[in-house]
Design a protein around this ligand. Structure first.
Ligand SMILES: Cc1cc2nc3c(=O)[nH]c(=O)nc-3n(C[C@H](O)[C@H](O)[C@H](O)COP(=O)(O)OP(=O)(O)OC[C@H]3O[C@@H](n4cnc5c(N)ncnc54)[C@H](O)[C@@H]3O)c2cc1C
Length: 146
């Protein structure tokens, strides 16, 4: 019988980041759908949006996101996510994720409704694959995968 403090179902970016955080204090088990790379996260391509350039602002990112959603999206969620995004990118970089860069500057793409360059990507259009592989490499051996 499986015994664990924390059971995480799935192995996308949310699951892998949570596992690494909780593993510092608890015994963690991740249940995968056969393979740890089975997730939407692994398939994600274009990149992750975050207001990180000097000419950008989290309020502009929030505004573009609300506008793209025809104002159907919940403003407090949009504000929360866009505000958190720059630090999460920094955290991923600190955790070893290598986003595409040139001369030590991140290459920022401009896509869709974004009015600023704010998309970080890895391996061109293989962002999810690079990110997930990097998070898998950081998983502590004490985490059980099943
Ligand atoms: C082709 C594609 C391209 C994308 N491109 C981008 C992009 O460029 N930029 C961007 O920001 N977002 C992109 N996305 C969206 C992005 O991938 C998701 O928003 C993000 O990965 C969600 O992460 P998550 O960890 O919450 O969920 P997921 O990565 O979906 O992880 C969920 C996990 O739960 C598991 N699971 C589900 N049901 C069960 C079950 N019943 N039993 C066991 N396990 C289960 C799955 O196997 C998976 O491991 C893209 C998505 C796809 C499919």
């Amino acid at each position: 019988m499986l015994k664990t403090d924390i059971l995480i179902i799935g192995s996308g970016i949310a699951a892998l980041q949570l596992a690494t955080k909780l593993n510092q204090h608890y015994d963690v088990t991740i249940v995968t759908k056969g393979k740890i790379t089975n997730s939407n996260s692994y398939l994600a391509q274009g990149g992750i949006a975050a207001a990180i350039s000097e000419s950008d602002h989290v309020y502009d990112h929030a505004y573009d996101t609300l506008k793209a959603g025809e104002y159907f999206n919940l403003p407090f969620i949009v504000n929360y996510v866009t505000k958190k995004a720059p630090n999460i990118i920094k955290q991923l970089i600190n955790d070893g994720v290598i986003f595409d860069h040139i001369n030590q500057q991140l290459i920022l793409g401009k896509e869709g409704a974004h009015q600023q360059r704010r998309i970080v990507h890895a391996g061109g259009d293989a962002t999810g694959k690079h990110l997930i592989n990097s998070l898998i490499n950081q998983l502590d051996d004490s985490i059980t995968l099943t």
